[in-house]
Write a protein that binds this ligand. Sequence first.
Ligand SMILES: CN(C)C(=N)NCCC[C@H](N)C(=O)O
Length: 291
Amino acid sequence: MSTPETIATPAPARTAHHRRYLMCRPEHFTVSYTINPWMEPAKPTDTAKAVAQWQKLHDLYLELGHEVELIEPLAGYPDMVYTANGGFVIGGRAYVPEFRFVERQGEAPAFADWFRANGFDTVMPEEVNEGEGDFLLVGDVILAGTGFRSTGDSHREVGEVFGREVVSLNLIDPRFYHLDTAIAVLDPVQGVENGGPECANIAYLPGAFDDASRAILEERFPDAILVSDEDGAVFGLNSASDGYNVIISPRAVGFEKQLRERGYNPIMVDLSELLLGGGGIKCCTLELRGA
Ligand SMILES: CN(C)C(=N)NCCC[C@H](N)C(=O)O
């Protein structure tokens, strides 16, 4: 009697897409205040180590063929390294942040000046929003997080600025206070009109969302990778993908395996020092989507 054969479904072939990123060298990095549960000013920080770890991420992007722009770090703004919060950029238009906490508010004019000086159509905000920390472009749609930082009103505003559908999602766990700690966008931006997939895929941490938001994610992304609480808790989802290479924390071992099974190429970069400020790989990376 022959035993039934299990036929493994082959992982789809993935293609890397060129990216342009904005980063900020953490020359002034330290933890001198607490605005998220990860930050403990009493714990010592090592700025040289933060710079060395950040440099590896920066150099990896260049090795992968991506472009990296730099913004000058400002003394007194140790969180400026987390450039994902410095704006949200699509089609050459930059929507500037309005930070929730006074400790970061001085960063916004510096990001606005950088966008203007580099030819972006720069839109000043009326609503509290923390840029690509809470806004993620997935296919043609903007997923927008709220609950801790960006307000619901900023979801309306970002929709008006870019003329796109916005899907609001409620974050409920203070450890995952920005959307980019709970969702990773895996596939390149390709709308149906550009010949791309109808829906680019994501990975997410179900426990970071309320029931209603989880239901939305399940319906919109039936093929999403669901990551474990263990991988979520080490900021595994705070990653950067070019559609093939996915840069993740070396601690997210389960997520690494899930990515390989789906045909992605996970590359591990350790930003343990920057985790002391409550940020990881994605937080240090703002995508500059051109016109
Ligand atoms: C992935 N995340 C959370 C980010 N997009 N940014 C990190 C910001 C960290 C900073 N200390 C703060 O609390 O604002």
